[in-house]
Design a protein around this ligand. Structure first.
Ligand SMILES: Nc1ncnc2c1ncn2[C@@H]1O[C@H](COP(=O)(O)OP(=O)(O)OP(=O)(O)O)[C@@H](O)[C@H]1O
Length: 252
Protein backbone atom coordinates (compact mmCIF):
# COMPACT_ATOMS: atom_id res chain seq x y z
CA UNK A 1 0.00 0.00 0.00
CA UNK A 2 0.94 3.63 -0.26
CA UNK A 3 -0.27 6.32 2.11
CA UNK A 4 0.15 10.05 1.76
CA UNK A 5 -0.18 11.39 5.28
CA UNK A 6 -0.89 15.12 5.63
CA UNK A 7 1.25 15.97 2.60
CA UNK A 8 1.77 19.60 1.61
CA UNK A 9 3.76 20.70 -1.43
CA UNK A 10 4.43 24.27 -2.52
CA UNK A 11 6.21 25.69 -5.57
CA UNK A 12 7.95 29.04 -5.89
CA UNK A 13 5.71 31.60 -7.59
CA UNK A 14 7.45 34.96 -7.95
CA UNK A 15 8.15 36.21 -4.44
CA UNK A 16 5.52 33.97 -2.89
CA UNK A 17 4.68 30.24 -3.13
CA UNK A 18 1.81 28.34 -4.74
CA UNK A 19 0.33 25.51 -2.71
CA UNK A 20 -0.12 22.62 -5.14
CA UNK A 21 -0.92 19.96 -2.50
CA UNK A 22 -2.62 21.13 0.68
CA UNK A 23 -2.57 18.73 3.66
CA UNK A 24 -3.58 15.73 1.56
CA UNK A 25 -4.06 12.35 3.20
CA UNK A 26 -5.01 9.34 1.11
CA UNK A 27 -4.22 5.65 0.79
CA UNK A 28 -4.06 3.27 -2.17
CA UNK A 29 -4.47 -0.27 -0.90
CA UNK A 30 -2.77 -3.35 -2.29
CA UNK A 31 -4.78 -5.00 -5.05
CA UNK A 32 -6.89 -1.90 -5.67
CA UNK A 33 -6.94 0.92 -8.20
CA UNK A 34 -7.40 4.27 -6.46
CA UNK A 35 -8.35 7.00 -8.89
CA UNK A 36 -7.45 10.63 -8.32
CA UNK A 37 -9.59 13.05 -10.21
CA UNK A 38 -10.26 16.78 -10.17
CA UNK A 39 -10.13 19.89 -12.33
CA UNK A 40 -7.08 21.03 -14.25
CA UNK A 41 -4.47 22.52 -11.92
CA UNK A 42 -6.02 20.92 -8.83
CA UNK A 43 -2.81 19.11 -7.88
CA UNK A 44 -3.31 15.59 -9.27
CA UNK A 45 0.07 15.31 -11.00
CA UNK A 46 1.78 16.91 -8.03
CA UNK A 47 0.30 14.25 -5.75
CA UNK A 48 1.55 11.55 -8.10
CA UNK A 49 5.03 13.12 -8.27
CA UNK A 50 5.24 13.15 -4.48
CA UNK A 51 4.02 9.53 -4.33
CA UNK A 52 6.66 8.62 -6.92
CA UNK A 53 9.39 10.23 -4.76
CA UNK A 54 10.19 12.48 -7.70
CA UNK A 55 9.42 15.58 -5.58
CA UNK A 56 9.93 15.83 -1.84
CA UNK A 57 6.94 17.43 -0.11
CA UNK A 58 7.34 20.45 2.21
CA UNK A 59 5.76 18.38 4.96
CA UNK A 60 3.95 15.10 5.53
CA UNK A 61 4.83 11.44 5.06
CA UNK A 62 4.76 9.10 2.07
CA UNK A 63 4.46 5.62 3.54
CA UNK A 64 5.11 2.67 1.26
CA UNK A 65 4.59 -0.89 2.39
CA UNK A 66 4.59 -4.30 0.82
CA UNK A 67 1.38 -6.13 0.07
CA UNK A 68 0.54 -8.45 2.93
CA UNK A 69 3.07 -6.97 5.34
CA UNK A 70 1.52 -7.06 8.78
CA UNK A 71 0.92 -4.02 10.98
CA UNK A 72 3.13 -1.66 9.03
CA UNK A 73 6.17 -3.88 9.54
CA UNK A 74 7.59 -3.04 6.15
CA UNK A 75 6.58 0.62 5.96
CA UNK A 76 9.09 3.15 4.72
CA UNK A 77 8.59 6.93 4.80
CA UNK A 78 9.80 7.85 1.33
CA UNK A 79 9.58 11.58 2.12
CA UNK A 80 12.25 11.18 4.79
CA UNK A 81 14.79 9.34 2.63
CA UNK A 82 17.94 10.80 1.10
CA UNK A 83 17.84 11.41 -2.64
CA UNK A 84 19.86 8.23 -3.31
CA UNK A 85 17.74 6.10 -1.02
CA UNK A 86 14.57 7.48 -2.63
CA UNK A 87 15.94 6.58 -6.06
CA UNK A 88 16.69 3.04 -4.90
CA UNK A 89 13.21 2.74 -3.38
CA UNK A 90 11.64 3.98 -6.61
CA UNK A 91 13.54 1.45 -8.70
CA UNK A 92 12.70 -1.45 -6.46
CA UNK A 93 9.20 -0.81 -5.25
CA UNK A 94 7.46 1.71 -7.49
CA UNK A 95 6.35 1.35 -11.10
CA UNK A 96 5.45 4.49 -13.02
CA UNK A 97 3.43 4.89 -16.23
CA UNK A 98 3.32 8.40 -17.62
CA UNK A 99 0.80 9.97 -20.01
CA UNK A 100 3.08 9.44 -22.95
CA UNK A 101 4.69 6.04 -22.91
CA UNK A 102 8.26 7.44 -23.15
CA UNK A 103 9.61 4.40 -24.97
CA UNK A 104 13.06 4.34 -26.52
CA UNK A 105 12.55 4.52 -30.32
CA UNK A 106 15.29 2.04 -31.23
CA UNK A 107 14.24 -0.79 -28.93
CA UNK A 108 11.66 -3.49 -29.52
CA UNK A 109 8.83 -4.00 -27.05
CA UNK A 110 10.69 -6.94 -25.48
CA UNK A 111 13.92 -4.94 -25.23
CA UNK A 112 12.16 -1.99 -23.52
CA UNK A 113 11.03 -4.30 -20.74
CA UNK A 114 14.34 -6.21 -20.63
CA UNK A 115 16.33 -2.99 -20.23
CA UNK A 116 14.20 -2.01 -17.28
CA UNK A 117 14.59 -5.49 -15.80
CA UNK A 118 18.36 -5.11 -15.95
CA UNK A 119 18.37 -1.54 -14.64
CA UNK A 120 18.49 -1.10 -10.92
CA UNK A 121 18.14 -3.72 -8.25
CA UNK A 122 14.60 -4.83 -7.90
CA UNK A 123 13.74 -7.63 -5.57
CA UNK A 124 11.33 -9.71 -7.51
CA UNK A 125 9.45 -12.21 -5.46
CA UNK A 126 9.87 -14.56 -8.38
CA UNK A 127 13.59 -14.09 -8.78
CA UNK A 128 13.95 -17.76 -9.56
CA UNK A 129 12.46 -17.18 -12.99
CA UNK A 130 15.03 -16.07 -15.58
CA UNK A 131 14.63 -12.44 -16.58
CA UNK A 132 13.68 -13.31 -20.16
CA UNK A 133 10.91 -15.60 -18.97
CA UNK A 134 9.55 -12.88 -16.68
CA UNK A 135 9.63 -10.38 -19.53
CA UNK A 136 7.83 -12.72 -21.92
CA UNK A 137 5.27 -13.58 -19.26
CA UNK A 138 4.57 -9.86 -18.76
CA UNK A 139 4.32 -9.16 -22.47
CA UNK A 140 1.82 -11.99 -22.64
CA UNK A 141 -0.09 -10.55 -19.65
CA UNK A 142 -0.46 -7.20 -21.41
CA UNK A 143 -1.50 -8.90 -24.67
CA UNK A 144 1.63 -8.12 -26.65
CA UNK A 145 3.22 -11.50 -27.27
CA UNK A 146 2.63 -11.20 -31.00
CA UNK A 147 4.23 -7.74 -31.08
CA UNK A 148 7.25 -8.32 -28.85
CA UNK A 149 9.74 -7.72 -31.65
CA UNK A 150 8.22 -4.46 -32.89
CA UNK A 151 9.63 -1.01 -32.22
CA UNK A 152 7.44 1.86 -30.89
CA UNK A 153 6.90 3.32 -34.39
CA UNK A 154 5.36 0.00 -35.44
CA UNK A 155 2.94 -0.06 -32.48
CA UNK A 156 -0.37 1.73 -31.89
CA UNK A 157 -0.79 4.21 -29.03
CA UNK A 158 -2.61 1.59 -26.97
CA UNK A 159 0.09 -0.99 -27.65
CA UNK A 160 2.76 1.49 -26.60
CA UNK A 161 0.91 2.06 -23.33
CA UNK A 162 0.85 -1.72 -22.84
CA UNK A 163 4.63 -1.84 -23.23
CA UNK A 164 4.95 0.98 -20.68
CA UNK A 165 2.73 -0.95 -18.26
CA UNK A 166 4.79 -4.14 -18.71
CA UNK A 167 7.96 -2.12 -18.18
CA UNK A 168 6.60 -0.56 -14.99
CA UNK A 169 5.66 -3.97 -13.60
CA UNK A 170 8.83 -5.89 -14.39
CA UNK A 171 10.22 -5.42 -10.86
CA UNK A 172 6.92 -6.54 -9.38
CA UNK A 173 6.56 -3.23 -7.56
CA UNK A 174 4.40 -2.76 -4.48
CA UNK A 175 3.07 0.49 -5.91
CA UNK A 176 1.99 1.34 -9.46
CA UNK A 177 1.53 5.03 -10.29
CA UNK A 178 -0.27 5.89 -13.51
CA UNK A 179 -0.78 9.40 -14.92
CA UNK A 180 -3.68 9.88 -17.38
CA UNK A 181 -3.12 6.56 -19.20
CA UNK A 182 -5.98 7.12 -21.65
CA UNK A 183 -5.27 10.73 -22.63
CA UNK A 184 -3.79 9.82 -26.01
CA UNK A 185 -6.26 7.02 -26.78
CA UNK A 186 -9.74 6.79 -28.22
CA UNK A 187 -12.48 5.63 -25.85
CA UNK A 188 -12.35 1.97 -26.83
CA UNK A 189 -8.57 1.67 -26.50
CA UNK A 190 -8.76 3.73 -23.30
CA UNK A 191 -11.28 1.32 -21.82
CA UNK A 192 -9.04 -1.64 -22.75
CA UNK A 193 -6.03 -0.02 -21.05
CA UNK A 194 -8.03 0.79 -17.93
CA UNK A 195 -9.38 -2.77 -17.83
CA UNK A 196 -5.85 -4.11 -18.20
CA UNK A 197 -4.53 -1.94 -15.35
CA UNK A 198 -7.42 -3.05 -13.13
CA UNK A 199 -6.84 -6.74 -13.93
CA UNK A 200 -3.09 -6.60 -13.34
CA UNK A 201 -3.62 -4.64 -10.11
CA UNK A 202 -6.02 -7.24 -8.79
CA UNK A 203 -3.92 -10.20 -9.95
CA UNK A 204 -0.58 -8.87 -8.76
CA UNK A 205 -1.68 -7.07 -5.64
CA UNK A 206 -0.11 -3.75 -6.53
CA UNK A 207 -1.37 -0.61 -4.80
CA UNK A 208 -2.27 1.39 -7.89
CA UNK A 209 -2.80 5.16 -7.85
CA UNK A 210 -4.15 6.47 -11.12
CA UNK A 211 -4.71 10.08 -12.13
CA UNK A 212 -7.60 10.63 -14.51
CA UNK A 213 -9.93 13.46 -15.38
CA UNK A 214 -12.07 11.11 -17.43
CA UNK A 215 -14.94 9.51 -15.53
CA UNK A 216 -15.91 7.44 -18.57
CA UNK A 217 -13.64 4.77 -17.10
CA UNK A 218 -14.93 5.02 -13.53
CA UNK A 219 -15.82 1.33 -13.43
CA UNK A 220 -12.15 0.35 -13.60
CA UNK A 221 -11.48 2.16 -10.32
CA UNK A 222 -11.96 0.54 -6.93
CA UNK A 223 -11.80 3.85 -5.10
CA UNK A 224 -12.03 7.47 -6.14
CA UNK A 225 -10.54 10.57 -4.56
CA UNK A 226 -11.46 14.03 -5.82
CA UNK A 227 -8.99 16.87 -5.45
CA UNK A 228 -9.88 20.56 -5.77
CA UNK A 229 -7.37 23.36 -5.17
CA UNK A 230 -4.86 20.89 -3.74
CA UNK A 231 -7.29 19.46 -1.20
CA UNK A 232 -9.14 16.16 -1.04
CA UNK A 233 -12.84 16.96 -1.21
CA UNK A 234 -14.30 13.47 -1.33
CA UNK A 235 -13.11 10.57 0.76
CA UNK A 236 -12.31 7.33 -1.06
CA UNK A 237 -15.51 5.45 -1.77
CA UNK A 238 -16.01 1.88 -2.82
CA UNK A 239 -17.35 1.14 -6.28
CA UNK A 240 -20.56 -0.12 -4.69
CA UNK A 241 -21.50 3.04 -2.84
CA UNK A 242 -19.81 5.74 -4.86
CA UNK A 243 -22.05 8.17 -6.61
CA UNK A 244 -20.37 9.61 -9.62
CA UNK A 245 -22.04 12.72 -11.01
CA UNK A 246 -23.23 12.08 -14.53
CA UNK A 247 -22.78 8.35 -14.30
CA UNK A 248 -26.46 7.54 -14.02
CA UNK A 249 -27.14 9.99 -16.83
CA UNK A 250 -24.67 8.09 -19.01
CA UNK A 251 -26.28 4.77 -18.14
CA UNK A 252 -29.80 6.02 -18.79
N1 LIG B 1 6.96 22.74 -11.35
C1 LIG B 1 6.04 23.64 -10.95
N2 LIG B 1 6.39 24.90 -10.62
C2 LIG B 1 5.47 25.79 -10.20
N3 LIG B 1 4.17 25.51 -10.07
C3 LIG B 1 3.76 24.28 -10.38
C4 LIG B 1 4.66 23.27 -10.85
N4 LIG B 1 3.96 22.13 -11.09
C5 LIG B 1 2.68 22.41 -10.80
N5 LIG B 1 2.55 23.69 -10.37
C6 LIG B 1 1.30 24.33 -9.93
O1 LIG B 1 0.70 23.51 -8.95
C7 LIG B 1 -0.70 23.42 -9.13
C8 LIG B 1 -1.12 21.98 -9.34
O2 LIG B 1 -0.60 21.53 -10.60
P1 LIG B 1 -0.74 20.00 -11.08
O3 LIG B 1 0.00 19.88 -12.36
O4 LIG B 1 -0.38 19.10 -9.97
O5 LIG B 1 -2.33 19.92 -11.34
P2 LIG B 1 -3.14 18.81 -12.15
O6 LIG B 1 -4.41 18.60 -11.37
O7 LIG B 1 -2.31 17.62 -12.39
O8 LIG B 1 -3.46 19.58 -13.50
P3 LIG B 1 -3.78 18.97 -14.97
O9 LIG B 1 -5.05 18.17 -14.85
O10 LIG B 1 -3.98 20.20 -15.80
O11 LIG B 1 -2.60 18.16 -15.39
C9 LIG B 1 -1.03 24.35 -10.29
O12 LIG B 1 -1.39 25.60 -9.75
C10 LIG B 1 0.28 24.44 -11.05
O13 LIG B 1 0.37 25.67 -11.71
Amino acid sequence: MITLDDVTLTFPDGDRRTTAVDHVSLTAHAGEVTGITGPSGSGKSSILAVAATLIRPDSGRVLIGRAGAGAGADMVDAAALSRDAATALRRERIGIVFQQSNLLPSLTAREQVLVMAHLGGGRSRRRTAPVRDRVDELLDAVGLSAHADKRPAQLSGGQRQRVAIARALVHEPDVLLVDEPTSALDQERGAAIMGLIARLTHERGTATMLVTHDMVHRDALDELVTVVDGRVVAAPATTADAHVPGRSATAA
